[in-house]
Design a protein around this ligand. Structure first.
Ligand SMILES: [Zn+2]
Length: 92
């Protein structure tokens, strides 16, 4: 009487939470143990930080600094093997 036919396959383990550093996960697409490849992009916090600097009266050059600082950026984790995006880490 058990629910033996509920799962068509073994459920993929939950991935995450992600941080801003590479993590070792089992890719749900290619099923390999991989260390995620990180790509940084300017996220909401980057723009807020930039706006904050503007508000404080910084010169234009200073305001562009956040766009070069990875610690203020969103991180996208992708599989280095099959290029699948596994998840993103957002600052906000
Ligand atoms: Zn993969």
């Amino acid at each position: 009487m058990a629910n033996s036919s509920v799962y068509p396959q073994v459920p993929v383990a939950t991935i995450g939470p992600f941080s801003d550093s590479p993590v070792q996960v089992t890719c749900p697409n290619c099923h390999q143990m991989v260390v995620t490849k990180l790509e940084f992009s300017s996220g909401l916090l980057t723009y807020l930080f930039c706006g904050g600097l503007l508000f404080c009266g910084c010169v234009l050059g200073c305001c562009l600094i956040p766009f070069c600082v990875n610690r203020l950026r969103d991180a996208t984790h992708s599989c280095p093997s099959c290029k699948t995006v596994l998840g993103t880490y957002k600052r906000l």
